[in-house]
Write a protein that binds this ligand. Structure first.
Ligand SMILES: OC[C@H]1O[C@H](O[C@H]2[C@H](O)[C@@H](O)[C@@H](O[C@H]3[C@H](O)[C@@H](O)[C@@H](O)O[C@@H]3CO)O[C@@H]2CO)[C@H](O)[C@@H](O)[C@@H]1O
Length: 961
């Protein structure tokens, strides 16, 4: 029962009591003399009757709330509607109902509807407007005296695509799509027991929506699901930021994203929309297949509906509200190597050398906390990482374009001789408990946590980052443990007579003297979310939930935005430094984090399951507006097998954020450690470095439209429901598909190919599938990952290299794909280039260039041209298009009449034609003589990127269809 108290234990107790009594009754009856029978029998029958009543009453659900009725409604000055909701009947389960609520609904844009419900008489906690800027909901009591004359029992308010309507008593609301009449959200009860009325108490809010059983839902994270991206009915999706690693299935992991995308295929046509419940309190979300129920322990209902109707439109609308994803610098798309346990600088230097020796690309080298002095943020270990040597190393790697990133944890070591801590105390920047900085334990031992909701803290943090940057010119920061993670729970003191260890391993065992804090309703709320997947107290191994932030904000409310607020402060600090584009990697994320940081999926395991989960985790974050994401390649711990590491780099080379990272206790797993892994890495990363221009263009697209970099297939094939649950393959952009091996011992992979023509990026072989698309078994020996480009694409590529900076200056190749065998076809592609040192990523004269490429084939004539915006930047850099490769054309004999810029190009040497092997053909009748599809390569070109160009040629004896 969702809207009733759980009563299973009550029933069980009653039945036990009943059984006991029955046994006693029978025994007694047997041994009792007839003369006493009537008296005993009467007593027992009475008890029996009471027990039956108890059992029966306990199986009747106890209602948590009785719902609200709308008592007034009017239009608000800002064009929305506002109303008052009065509780129908109060009860005290999970605390008293809030008597009067304020309802506010507004079509904020053409495709976004907001529905906000809060206490009408008292300000409640909600996501701070300064952290997530958005339109303000109206002030309280605005509607209190409003007239009732407008009040109708049912009423509709229509925006351009979404229609909001309500039923007055008991109050419920629904959201419909205007274009097809579909109900997207409906909080009125479907009559089932699993669906109650809306409940609004101080520490318990509940609301449900009906759903059609054919809706496919995605999102509600951070969460690892064994079955992949599509949400399945069952256990609650619990949202509460927690230091629990991605290996834990169906648990509340590091981030909180209370948003889902709902994809429905209505008569072969797909419609997607999304629902965000902007609430930072802990919650359980129960998805039951035909309904979804939120149970939240505080805050307000602040719903945003995004009408789509395409998945890409949904993320565009979503990120236009929560913030567009951060622009990443070019080098961030290179390969990253990290490890906890690079004990000294020489080890780091060796790693960089070994990558070079093995000819494996590497752009960024990282330090976990090994460079620190006693695991304290912003310090250097003078023995293992002496500053002069570190600076010399950084100068060397910076000179070739490589970068260096280090970790910082939010816990600041409590140590009176530690400057960062001293200045923190002086500036009063820490979260408080009973007026004192709240004491916790992380790697340095006892720590205090900065309160990033406090403007003074943001200033102090910025200053500490500036000081550190003067000490060590890092290129980015990794903010870890910011859920916030605490190795202790409750109220702790530093033990007097014992030295608290700091550091690795046992460092995570609590050594402070702690006692539980249970006395406040914040530490022990009436409704228990399924925290840590185990219903642990919500203050378990984190900051006590009754601790206090700036302005009296309770950790209870602000818990899940800790990492988010730290990312904002860190971003601000880095922006202020050299005026460069910041790179931040954050473990904990919330709605809007993508605007400031990249994310990795935390401490995964070196197992085949985790390799698989990494794909769904990655594509979920694309939906959450955090497109720069990846998992620890080869697994964080314990130790991957050689085969697994081969397969992992073949997937990880195509994560937007591609980093190998390992635990302190794991054996070394840099990609050169095994010859076979090195070979797979050269293949897969070799391809990544060739498609860097594409990844970087996707970065621009993400930054300007929210489009995920790595996407599920349904983003490009929304009408093709076969791919709705597919979590073993993914797309980079709209048409580059990765189909990796995810199982041990396999040298083939069964991959789904949506309808059309696909071309292998490694050997140009083609796969053509019928209208229904199909699964194709692909060869995938150990060093091979299958990457295919879809028809109608133009992919700008470069020659690759060992560092992105050098790869970036090599000539371009345009890879053009037409539907195989079609005599008429179109293709298009795009390229964004800019000065990635600049903070802003925008199309501007002199610092960026954008090129649209187009191609057509018609009547045997192939045409290719570009349309350039802001040409100067690319022209100044001197980039050239050296080659055009076109796949899927039909014809035989040599192409002729090659013209570039309207001028004939003589000499056949620069245009070549070869036949394309057709690997898999279904509906295309192939007459090998006439309809072979071809590879046409036009080489030796020197077309400046940034200049509009046209080129054309005729296919030899083109075949008409
Ligand atoms: O900076 C070092 C690493 O810190 C992070 O991972 C640590 C994690 O946050 C800790 O909670 C802990 O996790 C262990 C957990 O406490 C323990 O019960 C057991 O389940 O093993 C867990 C994993 O070891 O230690 C983690 C480090 O081992 C961060 O996520 C890493 O990337 C950093 O390298």
């Amino acid at each position: 029962m969702l809207n009733s108290l759980p009563n299973r234990s009550l029933n069980r107790a009653s039945y036990s009591l009943l059984t006991l009594l029955l046994v006693r009754l029978v025994t007694t009856m047997f041994y009792s003399a007839i003369s006493f029978l009537s008296l005993y029998l009467f007593n027992y029958l009475l008890i029996l009757l009471l027990c039956f009543l108890l059992v029966n009453s306990s199986s009747t659900p106890t209602k948590i709330g009785n719902g609200y009725r709308l008592i007034s409604i009017e239009e608000t000055p800002d064009g929305g509607i506002g109303g008052l909701l009065q509780v129908k009947q109060r009860n005290k389960i999970y605390g008293p109902d809030i008597p009067l609520l304020q309802l506010y609904a507004k079509h904020e844009t053409q495709d976004r509807l907001r529905v906000h419900i809060t206490d009408a008489e008292k300000q409640r906690w909600e996501m701070p407007y300064n952290l997530l800027p958005r339109e303000q909901a109206p002030a309280l009591k605005q509607t209190k005296g409003s007239s009732r004359k407008n009040l109708k029992t049912v009423r509709e308010y229509s925006g351009s695509e979404l229609i909001f309507s309500y039923i007055a008593d008991p109050f419920s609301f629904s959201v419909k799509r205007k274009s097809n009449g579909q109900t997207l959200f409906n909080s009125s009860s479907d009559g089932s027991d699993s669906f109650g009325v809306m409940v609004f108490k101080d520490q318990y809010l509940e609301i449900s929506t009906q759903l059609p059983n054919y809706a496919s839902l995605y999102g509600l994270g951070e969460n690892t699901q064994p079955h992949g991206i599509k949400l399945l009915p069952g256990d609650p999706y619990t949202l509460y930021t927690t230091d629990i690693s991605a290996i834990n299935l169906n648990a509340d992991l590091y981030g909180s994203h209370p948003v889902y995308m709902d994809l429905r295929n209505v008569k072969g046509q797909a419609y997607a929309h999304a629902v965000l419940l902007l609430n930072s309190n802990g919650m359980d979300v129960f998805y039951r297949g035909t309904s979804l129920t939120y149970k939240i322990i505080g805050g307000v209902f602040d719903f945003y509906f995004f009408s789509g109707p395409s998945p890409l439109a949904v993320v565009d609308q979503y990120t236009s509200l929560i913030g567009r994803p951060a622009a990443m610098p070019y080098w961030a798309f290179g390969f990253h190597q990290c490890r906890w346990g690079y004990h000294n600088l020489s080890v780091v230097e060796d790693v960089v050398e070994n990558y070079k020796r093995a000819q494996i690309p590497l752009d960024v080298i990282w330090n976990d906390d090994d460079h620190m002095d006693g695991h304290k943020d912003f310090t250097l270990n003078p023995n293992n990482y002496p500053r002069p040597k570190l600076l010399a190393f950084l100068e060397k790697i910076h000179s070739i374009g490589m970068k260096y990133i280090v970790i910082i944890d939010p816990g600041i070591g409590v140590n009176s001789s530690y400057g960062v801590y001293q200045r923190g105390i002086v500036n009063d920047v820490f979260i408080k408990y009973q007026g004192e900085p709240y004491l916790a334990q992380v790697w340095p031992g006892a720590v205090n946590f900065p309160d990033f909701l406090n403007p003074k803290t943001v200033e102090w943090w910025g200053d500490e980052i500036r000081r550190f940057h003067e000490l060590v010119p890092v290129d980015g920061l990794w903010i870890d443990m910011n859920e916030a993670s605490n190795f202790c729970s409750g109220l702790c003191k530093i033990p007097k007579d014992k030295q608290c260890p700091s550091g690795t391993g046992p460092g995570w065992v609590c050594c402070l003297d702690c006692k539980n804090i249970t006395k406040t309703r914040w530490d022990d709320p009436p409704y228990k979310i399924n925290a840590s997947g185990l219903q642990v107290p919500i203050g378990y191994k984190t900051i006590a939930t009754s601790a206090v932030h700036y302005n009296g904000v309770l950790e209870y409310d602000a818990h899940s935005i800790y990492g988010f607020s730290q990312a904002i402060a860190t971003h601000k600090a880095l922006q202020g430094l050299e005026g460069k584009r910041p790179f931040i990697l954050s473990r904990s994320t919330y709605v809007g984090s993508g605007k400031y940081a990249a994310h990795w999926t935390g401490d995964n395991k070196g197992t085949w399951e985790d390799l698989k989960y990494s794909i769904s985790n990655m594509i979920n974050f694309g939906i959450f507006g955090v497109p720069m994401v990846g998992s620890d390649i080869c697994g964080f711990y314990p130790a991957p097998t050689e085969e697994l590491c081969n397969r992992w780099i073949e997937v990880g080379a195509f994560y937007p954020f591609s980093r190998d990272h390992a635990n302190y206790y794991s054996p070394r797993q840099e990609l050169y450690q095994w010859d076979s892994v090195a070979q797979s890495a050269r293949n897969a990363l070799g391809m990544r470095y060739k498609i860097l221009p594409h990844l970087y263009t996707l970065n621009y697209e993400a930054h300007t439209t929210g489009a995920p970099i790595a996407r599920p297939l349904f983003f490009s094939f929304p009408d093709y429901s076969e791919c709705y649950g597919l979590s073993t393959q993914f797309l980079l952009g709209s048409s580059l598909m990765i189909s990796p091996v995810l199982e041990q011992g396999k040298t083939q992979v069964k991959a789904l190919f949506p309808p059309g023509s696909w071309y292998s990026m490694f050997n140009m072989t083609q796969i053509i599938t019928s209208q229904g698309g199909q699964y194709v078994t692909l060869d995938a020996p150990l060093h091979v990952v299958n990457v295919h480009l879809y028809q109608n694409s133009i992919l700008p590529m470069q020659q690759g290299g060992l560092i992105s900076k050098e790869a970036r200056m090599t000539p371009f190749t345009l890879l053009v794909t037409f539907p195989a065998g079609a005599s008429n076809g179109k293709a298009a592609g795009k390229l964004f280039l800019d000065d990635d040192e600049l903070q802003e990523m925008k199309l501007a004269s002199g610092s960026a260039t954008y090129v649209d490429f187009y191609a057509t084939v018609s009547q045997g004539t192939v045409k290719l041209w570009s349309e350039v915006q802001e040409s100067k930047f690319a022209l100044d850099k001197g980039w050239k298009i050296g080659k055009v490769t076109v796949l899927g054309l039909v014809g035989s004999g040599a192409p002729s009449s090659l013209e570039v810029e309207g001028k004939p190009v003589t000499g056949a040497s620069n245009i070549e034609l070869s036949s394309l092997e057709q690997k898999y053909i279904t509906n295309l009748e192939v007459d090998d003589e006439k309809k072979r599809s071809m590879v046409v390569e036009v080489d030796g070109l020197e077309i400046p990127v940034g200049k509009n160009f046209t080129m054309s040629w005729k296919m030899g004896s083109a075949v008409e269809h």
